[in-house]
Design a protein around this ligand. Structure first.
Ligand code: NAI
Ligand code: MG
Length: 492
């Protein structure tokens, strides 16, 4: 085992110190490939949230080192942190693989924790570049006045992240908060608490003032709820299930109307027309579904294929799915690791049973892989219809569902018939049709002849019940800014 288990940091990170939880309680983090406990982690609940929020509030107070710091100082700290993350990237890649189950894949591959780290570093450097370019406006109002807007940090922000991209979601959340000058109380997922704690060591080493970033390990209904209900948190950013997204919105209403941004689930359509480059489309559909063990919020989990090419295209999908190498995360040939934990594994197994029961045809897989570890066979269902549960609910596993369509009008209507609107894919060589589809589909991102092309410079987020607000890019900064208008009379 490459990671030295004895040396893993397992405490909470508050005010730049690693501390035990107030209750002294711990919970296990598990390696999903072996089902064995990696280590016991300190468990935060509402008492720890209170301590962390007090520390973040103090760090945000007027006159504090963080509030006094030049914007260029924040930029430089973020760049320093990026360098430290890069220095430790191999350790982080291995620790992430151990805790989450995703494969460690060498340089040049398009999957695995190496890719996650590339995106993490890009995110820190991108938002470091924004830190000293957050500018308001001057506004020509009537009368002899100068009117201007200041873009001020929103304050203490609560952030709750999931387990599918643990360190990347940590970066997506803290980077815009740090760039704008906010302070942070972040809760990791109980399924994957480990890599963020190592990043905290680096936050301290980089020289961030105490209290700017506080990180808690713990569960949703205790620590997560306490963050979302807290009266001294100004904004909450959440990524996870739509069900919990509803709760977060409710907690805000029940407490102090803290600002809410949500990044939730999806049932994203991928549309393949008969004039597409079928190999390019099959590659996109494959990545769009099977990436990250199928555990992606934007997974293209409703694959609509035009009837004229349906059979030929299904064959291409089968060919690709059969090449997936399921195995432990540290085996170099592995392209698909285990699902993150038993709960997720059981959920995916239930959907496999449901799909069979409802009459979908299993073309590949359809069962668990092996008898130890939370492995699921890469699966393809054909003859899927819109009413089936597997075509409506988020499976969050390596399960491709292929549906058939005939006309453009029909597929637009069916693609939009969902409560979600996170991602979509359109494969066609007809530019006009591609643009028409891009306009017609109600989703936050539409990939044409591709899927899952991520870059932290472009915004990401959902229409409808896939979320509120956009993360990444310049748009992502606005979640962390309050606009203040300042008016000054000019001498007559
Ligand atoms: P979840 O929504 O329960 O967990 C996400 C985060 O929210 C975790 O940090 C969790 O501790 C926290 N949380 C849970 N209940 C909370 C509450 N009452 N108050 C505050 N925070 C709370 O998602 P879970 O159980 O990990 O996965 C269930 C399903 O959610 C998945 O099968 C998948 O369909 C979806 N999901 C979507 C994600 C996305 O990227 N949009 C990420 C993870 C899960
Ligand atoms: Mg784990």
């Amino acid at each position: 085992m490459p990671v030295d288990i004895e040396k893993i940091e397992t405490r909470l990170f508050i005010n730049n110190e690693f501390v035990n939880s107030v209750s002294g309680k711990t919970f296990p983090s598990v390696n999903p490939a072996t089902e064995e406990v990696i280590c016991q982690v300190q468990e935060a609940d509402s008492a720890d949230v209170d301590v962390a929020v007090a520390s973040a509030r103090k760090a945000f107070s007027l006159g504090s080192p963080w509030r006094e710091m030049n914007a260029s100082g924040r930029r430089d700290l973020m760049l320093k942190l990026a360098s430290l993350l890069e220095r430790d990237r191999v350790y982080l890649e291995e620790l992430e693989a151990l805790d989450n189950g995703k494969p460690v894949a060498a340089h040049g591959k398009s999957y695995g924790t190496h890719v996650d780290l590339n995106l993490v570093l890009q995110c820190f450097r991108y938002y470091a570049g924004h830190a000293d370019k957050i500018e308001g406006k001057t506004i020509p109002i009537d009368g002899k006045f100068l009117s201007m807007t200041l873009h001020e940090p929103i304050g203490v922000v609560g952030q709750i992240i999931p387990w599918n991209f643990p360190l990347l979601m940590f970066a997506w959340k803290i980077c815009p908060a740090l760039a704008t000058g906010c302070t942070v109380v972040l809760k990791t997922s109980e399924k994957t608490p480990l890599t963020a704690l190592h990043a905290c060591k680096l936050i301290k080493e980089a020289g961030f003032p105490p209290g700017v970033v506080n990180v808690l390990s713990g569960f949703g209904p205790t620590a997560g709820k306490a963050i979302a209900l807290h009266m001294d948190i100004d904004k909450v950013a959440f990524t996870g299930s739509t069900k919990v997204g509803h709760l977060i919105q409710q907690y805000s209403a029940e407490s102090n109307l803290k600002r809410v941004t949500l990044e939730l689930g999806g049932k994203s359509p991928m549309l393949v027309f008969d004039d597409a480059d079928l190999d390019q489309a099959a590659d996109a559909a494959h990545v769009g579904l099977f990436l990250n063990q199928g555990q992606c919020c934007c997974a293209g989990s409703r694959l609509f294929v035009q009837d004229t090419i349906y059979d030929a295209f299904v064959e291409k999908c089968i060919e690709r799915a059969k090449k997936i190498k399921v195995g432990p995360q540290f085996d170099e040939s592995t392209t698909q690791g285990p699902q993150v934990d038993k709960i997720q594994f059981d959920t995916v197994m239930r959907y496999l049973a449901k799909g069979k029961e409802e009459g979908a045809t299993v073309k590949v897989g359809g069962d668990r892989h092996g008898d130890k570890g939370y492995y699921v066979q890469p699966t393809i269902f054909t003859d899927v219809t819109d009413e089936m549960v597997i075509a409506k609910e988020e499976i969050f596993g390596p399960v491709m569902s292929i549906l058939k369509f005939s006309t453009v009008e029909e597929v637009i209507e069916r693609a939009n018939k969902t409560m979600y609107g996170l991602g979509a894919g359109v494969c066609t060589r007809d530019v006009g049709r591609a643009l028409r589809l891009a306009k017609s589909i109600r989703a936050g991102t539409v990939w044409i002849n591709s899927y899952d092309v991520f870059d932290c410079a472009q915004p990401f987020g959902g229409f409808k019940q896939s979320g509120i607000g956009r993360e990444l890019g310049e748009y992502g900064l606005f979640n962390y800014i309050e606009v203040k208008t300042v008016v000054i009379p000019i001498d007559k």
